[in-house]
Design a protein around this ligand. Structure first.
Ligand SMILES: Nc1ncnc2c1ncn2[C@@H]1O[C@H](COP(=O)(O)OP(=O)(O)OP(=O)(O)O)[C@@H](O)[C@H]1O
Length: 270
């Protein structure tokens, strides 16, 4: 199992754009973490630094005992799998199964293990029925699952999902929800960037909020969505259910429909 540490990491793009300042974060094995924040906050830059696609301008990123400065992205991706924000930046095969099979095959796993991982990942992502299809004939939401399966099939300890909820309907969100549970059961560390606040409160205990290239807070949903300072700094809106609870004047920090329902029932009984 692999830990990941970012120590005082700053990053500027070659054109001089400063995208990240002094980020310090650590993830232990089996943790599930959401990264949230407005567009341009620095989330994608942060996760690209985690798998070595980008190297820090200052500070260091440690994957286990590897400093990412000293290792190629190909090497690091055996430990940290990154699913790109845009599936079209990742897909390069003409059929779904070849796309998913490429990673484990390229890593030199035994043929049976390649088969096993490919089938497991396609099934978990709900794309087995599309095995022979050209990914570009499939909708965006399914292409996203093709890229997720391609990364899962590499069986890395740490998995980063960049906006997996974008464009997903209820069924897609259920597939994601189940997938997160399976990965947590397997003690994988999962880091997920998302703009879906309902999805965040339903599936993540630990949430990292970023704004203006910096970390704002690293904590749980109650500390974030009921903290005016954090909401103002990060320009985030709490999930609809929390907004409703506030409007109804409930003082307890409600974050789920069940909690809201029970509070309403309790008030009616009084
Ligand atoms: N290749 C690049 N070259 C120059 N600047 C970039 C590049 N990619 C991102 N940036 C800039 O770096 C900053 C952080 O961007 P980043 O994509 O990390 O934010 P983000 O929080 O992931 O946003 P989004 O939610 O839109 O993906 C922004 O100002 C962005 O314009």
């Amino acid at each position: 199992m692999t830990e990941l540490h970012m120590n005082n990491v700053s990053f500027s793009y070659p054109d001089g754009t400063k995208a990240l300042e002094n980020l310090t974060l650590s993830f232990t094995s089996g943790e599930r973490v959401a990264i949230i924040g407005q567009n341009g906050a620095g989330k994608t830059t942060a996760v690209k630094l985690m798998n070595g696609l980008l190297k820090p301008s200052e500070g260091n990123v440690l994957v286990g005992d590897w400093d990412t400065q000293n290792y190629t992205t190909a090497k690091i991706s055996r430990k940290v799998g990154y699913v790109f924000q845009n599936p079209d930046d990742q897909i390069f095969h003409n059929d779904v199964e070849s796309e998913v099979r490429f990673g484990p095959k390229n890593m030199g796993f035994e043929p049976e293990r390649v088969d096993e991982l490919t089938n497991w990942a396609m099934e978990l992502c709900g794309i087995s029925e599309f095995a022979d299809e050209n990914p570009y004939n499939l909708p965006y939401s399914v292409r996203k699952f093709v890229t997720i399966a391609s990364v899962l099939a590499m069986d890395s300890d740490i998995i980063i999902l960049d906006e997996p909820t974008a464009g997903q309907d209820k069924v897609g969100l259920q597939v994601l929800s189940n997938l997160l549970d399976v990965l947590t059961e397997k003690q994988k560390t999962v880091v997920t960037i998302t703009h879906d606040m309902e999805f965040v409160t339903e599936h993540f205990q630990r949430i990292v909020v970023m704004a203006n290239r910096k970390l704002v807070i690293d904590g749980d949903a109650q500390h974030i969505f009921y903290n005016e300072n954090v909401l103002e700094q990060s320009m985030l809106k709490p999930p609809a259910v929390a907004q409703m609870a506030m409007q109804l004047g409930f003082s307890s920090k409600i974050l789920s429909k069940n909690e809201l329902f029970e509070s309403i029932l309790a008030q009616q009984k009084k």
